[in-house]
Design a protein around this ligand. Sequence first.
Ligand code: NAD
Length: 518
Amino acid sequence: MIEKQSPALATKILANRREAQALINTLAKPILPHLINGEECQSSDGRTFDNFSPYDGALLNTTALGGKRDIKAASSAASAAFKGWREWPAGERQDVLHALADRLEANAEAIALLETADTGQPLRFTTKTAVRGAENFRYFADLCNQATDGRSYSSPTHLNYTMRDPIGPIGAITPWNMPFMLATWKIAPALASGCTVVHKPAEWSPLSAALLGKIALEAGLPAGVLNVVHGVGEEAGLALTQDPNIKAIAFVGGTTTGAHIMAQAAPSLKRVHFELGGKSPVIVFSDADLDRAVDAVTFMIFSLNGQRCNAGSRLLVEHSIHDQFVERLVQRAKSIQVGNPFSPATEIGPLIHARQLTKVSEYCERAKAAGATVQCGGIPKNNPELSTQGHWFMPMIITGVTSGMEISREEVFGPLLVVTPFKDEAEALSLANDSRYGLSTYLWTENVGRAHRLARSFQAGMVWVNTEIARNLATPFGGMKDSGIGRDGGDWSFDFYMETRNVCVAIGNHHVPKIGKA
Ligand code: NAD
């Protein structure tokens, strides 16, 4: 185990783990509760589920397992609270969301430790989680005053103007890969709009959502404005998508789940917003700044273990630089520090769950059977540095991949990069767009004309030129094709969480058509 390497590091890691477990025990006391109408409570039928460490399989805590009745209780609370919350003056809503952000920052260490314990993501990433979550709340808090604003359109005879109202209680359903940040990314704009929320976090990572609910209450959010119900997707998630009190579903997760949710929510005609899967291409031309491209490609597939929707998981590299570029990437991948996520030195922790490890390694086996070549990575054998029960998968690079292969077409959601060479710009574009997904496309070239030319032809909601993902919260975030429906960020978020009303007023005595008058 990595703890054995240095006594000082071992002491630090142990202290972090102990602190994380102490926080979990305080939060879970002894069963992690739902938060419904401002009260922590257990499931109405008393059911629970266990939550295990991705690092060594130890039991972290037991969590309340919510069902239809718990969802109903939460949606009723959200519905009752909506009447008051929507009337709050925008300035006061802004203040309480800033107070919430203050508390997230004050609790940054606790949030990082919980997130690391729950997901296996290294502390070097989770320490930024609370700050990023707070940014989401502050950004939308500052827009509270404009949320209801509309546009105006005038003609010689009429003035039209629009206004927006919050749509009502929202169901937010989030995944396990960046649970805290993604929850705040949905909840912050919903609350700023004047909506109330029932949040169903992922069953593999319930901890930080429970803390977020608690912190929101302490910050002064009224009871029922944010409710949290834990449970599995097929039961609590299903009930939320069908609940008549819920007016819209903000969902982040897999594409297949999105399709299920759309069908489930159809009978009650709910509005849906989907941030789904991806198989994002990274295109590297020979004229690119290759040093920077190596950094960015490595970061965008291996950080967070590739368990990120925007992972640049499909490298398309110009034929003339293929071999040297792959060699550099392999060197880097082999140097990544894989280990205990509680160590400040660790860059990649274990995958979240045994099922995820099986899924990733089965993709790799099928790719090999289809003729692709593994250059590095995979399940480590007899590595004394790593805990025996952890879900370890070393950063993998696979070459000889053609665009028809399963490994090039499906989202693996793990630290696995596939490489395909291209000969010219036309082929690069065609390969990039040859996917059911359309979330992000990354492009590396120093040719400005080519950059703009390709950017307008990529079938992707987000195009990143000579950069890794760099979020500006005012810009639209979301995907085309099977990667999603709708955009988040800036005013795009308000469009989803609010209804738009148009008012048309005659400003003179225009001609009114007459019928039935001889
Ligand atoms: P998932 O779809 O399995 O689960 C996501 C959430 O949906 C969980 O809370 C789960 O309990 C719930 N759920 C499952 N079935 C449901 C149902 N029938 N009804 C209602 N809720 C249900 O996804 P995951 O494995 O937790 O996360 C990984 C996926 O999320 C990847 O595909 C990834 O690309 C995607 N993701 C997308 C974005 C984005 O912004 N586009 C961001 C992060 C993750």
